[in-house]
Write a protein that binds this ligand. Structure first.
Ligand code: BGC
Length: 299
């Protein structure tokens, strides 16, 4: 299969970690993105930075036209779109707050007007508003549930409506559409000080599986990616100093932080016909964070 020549972030580089002298060096993978999404049209929410940016970029490298949704930071979103279009595909930045029904509807109308239809939705937009339970405000709770959970529902509903209207076009894909929900290891790992976030991701898990069950007969696939700790702005305090990085590594058996490209590659796979028989699955991309690392030395 034809593949993009663009290098992954950090490919071939070596990460060294003070406390890991006894383990092999960490070498970052050098992978090519297969052109497996040629002719498909994708919408990635929250795509102006972090995981969303890497996913939107990878989908573009794989041959998809991409809508880069953003809420703030128009310039950053336009930059992502411009970089994606260098791969020879169409890319368009559209602003919308995914927690607002009217803005979601307007975003889909804009995409359908420009691209004609949608084949791939990546429900990525998400945020954290952390606080101990007794200090957490209702606004913090509602904002996180609104964006992380309700936003995914609103976008999935619009996408499914269009997938069902259009049906399968077998020259494009053997399925009528694909939805990828960005969940988290915290759809299963409880998280002190983040009850709104963990509740939203636990909700994403059963929302995703219930939608998958409902729409599978229409040839629509719905899955989740559950990232662990990925080097993005949402968790800078967990990796930006050597001390913080050492502590983080106690939670990651594979002994390296995830990079946004680790998620981008999995998104391309889940959006392509290569994964046609995967439906309703939570795919953990976490270096083993969900393996109860504390039990490596205890229990
Ligand atoms: C959170 C990050 C965190 C990671 C692992 C993600 O879902 O957004 O802040 O580092 O989970 O705990």
């Amino acid at each position: 299969m034809e593949a993009s020549n663009l290098r992954n972030q950090g490919a071939g580089t070596v990460q060294t970690l003070v406390s890991n002298a006894k383990y092999p060096q960490v070498v970052m993978p050098e992978c090519q993105v297969p052109k497996s999404l040629k002719g498909q049209r994708a919408l990635v929410t929250g795509a102006s930075s972090g995981i969303g940016k890497a996913v939107a970029t990878a989908l573009g490298q794989a041959g998809a036209d991409v809508v880069v949704n953003y809420i703030g930071g128009e310039a950053a979103a336009e930059e992502v779109a411009a970089a994606i279009s260098e791969a020879g595909v169409r890319a368009l930045a559209i602003q919308a707050d995914v927690s607002q029904e009217s803005q979601v509807k307007a975003m889909f109308a804009g995409m359908l007007k420009e691209f004609g239809t949608i084949d791939i939705l990546v429900n990525n937009a998400g945020l954290q508003k952390d606080a101990p339970l007794e200090d957490m405000t209702l606004a913090q709770w509602n904002t996180v549930i609104g964006v992380n959970l309700t936003g995914q529902f609103l976008c999935a509903r619009e996408a499914v409506r269009e997938f069902k209207r259009r049906g399968v076009v077998k020259e494009i894909s053997v399925s009528a559409g694909k939805i990828i929900c960005m969940s988290s290891v915290h759809e299963t790992i409880p998280w002190t000080g983040h009850v709104n976030y963990a509740a939203s991701k636990g909700g994403v898990m059963l929302m995703m599986k219930s939608i998958a069950q409902e729409v599978a007969p229409y040839r629509i696939r719905v899955n989740s990616i559950c990232p662990g700790a990925i080097r993005t702005p949402i968790n800078t305090n967990a990796w930006s100093t050597p001390e913080a990085y050492e502590v983080l590594m106690t939670l990651i058996p594979y002994k390296r932080i995830g990079e946004p490209d680790d998620i981008g590659r999995v998104a391309v796979f889940l959006a392509s016909d290569q994964s046609d028989y995967i439906n309703g699955a939570s795919i953990f991309v976490d270096g083993g964070m969900t393996l109860y690392p504390g039990f490596a030395t205890g229990g």
